[in-house]
Write a protein that binds this ligand. Structure first.
Ligand code: FES
Ligand code: FES
Length: 152
């Protein structure tokens, strides 16, 4: 099936089986390897991307569902400079092995668009679908909260 969508601001076309996972199409066909595969079962959030602004786990999305949509991956989050969430993750040591980091950044960026001044509890809730085995989450939450301060 010929799938056409906008990916990170660019018109994109791939020829692929319609039930191929979006995660595989991104990583293998489009060479956008920032989205990671952790569980492959919708449990860890490492594969989080945005479709028409909504965060989704790309390991669960058959690619035909993105036909005609706007997809953003971690590669599309930064413009010329890092997104404030990415810069804050660096500054606060919110990334260790880094496998979870792209998904966390996508979820955090979505949160900040809908709620520019979230409480720490709101940050915890927004990131609940993104599992991290390394950081214990405090530095991640510090980073998302800190990105607000640094961005003001
Ligand atoms: S790889 Fe998609 S949720 Fe874990
Ligand atoms: S930094 Fe390793 S899983 Fe989160």
């Amino acid at each position: 099936m010929n799938i056409r969508f906008v990916c990170n601001g660019k018109p994109t076309e791939v020829e692929t089986p319609p039930m191929a996972r979006l995660l595989d199409v991104l990583r293998e066909d489009l060479r956008l390897t920032g989205s990671k595969e952790g569980c492959g079962e919708g449990e860890c959030g490492a594969c989080t991307v945005r479709i028409d602004g909504l965060t989704v786990m790309s390991c669960l999305v058959p690619v035909y569902q993105v036909h005609g949509t706007v997809v953003q991956t971690i590669e599309g989050l930064a413009a010329d400079i890092l997104h404030p969430v990415q810069a804050a993750m660096l500054a606060h040591g919110g990334a260790q092995c880094g496998i979870c980091t792209p998904g966390l950044c996508m979820s955090a960026a979505a949160l900040l668009e809908s709620d520019p001044t979230p409480s720490r509890e709101a940050i915890r809730v927004a990131l609940a679908g993104n599992l991290c085995r390394c950081t214990g989450y405090q530095k991640v939450i510090d980073a998302v909260a800190g990105s607000l301060v640094e961005d003001r």
